[in-house]
Design a protein around this ligand. Structure first.
Ligand code: KG4
Ligand code: ZN
Length: 329
């Protein structure tokens, strides 16, 4: 059994994953709510909260999986990229646990972890495929050719898609994290009311840009005034969400087309978005493509995906990992 730990941002996570990386026996996520009042993640607050909660979250993951620490054969942990202080808490815990039990340790890249959530979602999935990872910190397209072989096809030139949603929500006076808040506000809105720009829409590349969208919302809010903006909130939210989804789906489908890939994987926090899931589902059905979308709980940060990635990654034998370090990028 793989015991996996993820603490790269503001979720304290531990999971037990079966050795083949296809099924999670448990997947415990403690979402830190203390950041909401600041409208964004405060790194120092995140590290301290991980430190306070990680032991309890690890114990809960073992209990939920109905195993004891004696059944653990590998310890996996996110080592990069992320908030350095937050990552260090997980890495130190993983090293301590593995060392005390003379176990091997598997360092995992967080983005490879997001991709690996698809192996849990579809147990028959194997590379090659094209993957879109859209989260709060990253938005990128990859060609996944084999375990450990992920080639960058394109990425955002400025904000990540999740970041654009978080910043947009903040401008609209909504809560954090912004993605789910914008979706909620957009429910009764008309997505065609405002024509927000879709970044790099007509460029022949696989890159994204969300900074123009953000600026466009800012100007729109200024011209509407406080009261007008309040009245128009559902339409503004729906149109903004639609622009983010259009940008993501357009380049994702273009990547699949260019690389002649019949299989597409979408993951990362923004892949929990209902509109994006529906839009991609419809488009892929029309084109006869196979789309793998993990459940929303596997899209947002979690440790099951880290365990799934570890099952396909080389491990470091006991005790060679003591000098292993976390990296922010
Ligand atoms: O992957 P994730 O949990 O953490 C990072 O690695 O960044 O992604 C977090 C991002 C946030 O920007 C959040 O607003 C967005 O994912 N998000 C969503 C939804 N749930 C989370 N965006 C759109 N719709 C959602 N349902
Ligand atoms: Zn993430």
């Amino acid at each position: 059994m793989i015991l996996a730990i993820e603490t790269s941002c503001d979720d304290t996570c531990a999971a037990v994953v079966e050795p083949d990386g296809r099924r999670a026996r448990s997947n415990v996520v403690h979402t830190q709510t203390e950041h909401a009042r600041y409208g964004g993640v405060v790194p120092e607050v995140a590290s301290r909260a991980h430190l306070e909660r990680l032991d309890g979250v690890i114990s809960a993951s073992l209990i939920e999986a109905n195993i004891t620490v004696d059944d653990v054969t590998h310890v996996a942990v996110t080592v990069r990229p992320g908030l350095i202080g937050a990552l260090l808490v997980g890495v130190a815990a993983a090293k301590g646990l593995a060392y005390a039990r003379s176990l091997p340790l598997v360092p995992v890249n967080h983005l490879e972890g997001h991709v690996a959530s698809a192996y849990l979602a579809d147990p028959s999935l194997e590379p090659p495929f094209v993957a879109l990872i859209a989260s709060g910190g990253h938005t990128a397209l990859y060609s996944v050719e084999a375990a450990g072989q992920m080639y960058l096809l394109g990425e955002t030139l400025d904000d990540a898609a999740g970041e654009a949603l978080d910043k947009g929500a903040r401008m609209l006076g909504l809560g954090f994290p912004g993605g789910p808040e914008i979706s909620k506000a957009a429910k009764s809105g008309d997505p065609t009311r405002y024509d927000f720009p879709v970044g790099l829409k007509n460029r022949d590349n696989l890159d994204f840009s969300f900074s123009g969208l953000k600026t466009s919302l800012l100007y729109k809010l200024r011209s509407l005034g406080e009261e007008g903006a309040r009245e128009e909130l559902p339409h503004l939210a729906a149109s903004y969400e639609a622009a983010v989804v259009a940008a993501l789906s357009r380049k994702f489908l273009r990547a699949a087309d260019i690389h002649e890939s019949p299989t597409l994987v979408v993951a990362g926090g923004v892949a929990a978005n209902g509109l994006l899931r529906r839009r991609l589902g419809e488009e892929c059905e029309k084109l006869g493509l196979r789309l793998v979308v993990p459940s929303p709980e596997l899209c947002t940060d979690n440790a099951a995906m880290i365990g799934a990635s570890a099952a396909r990654s080389p491990s470091i034998p006991f005790p060679d990992y003591l000098s292993l370090n976390a990296r922010s990028v």
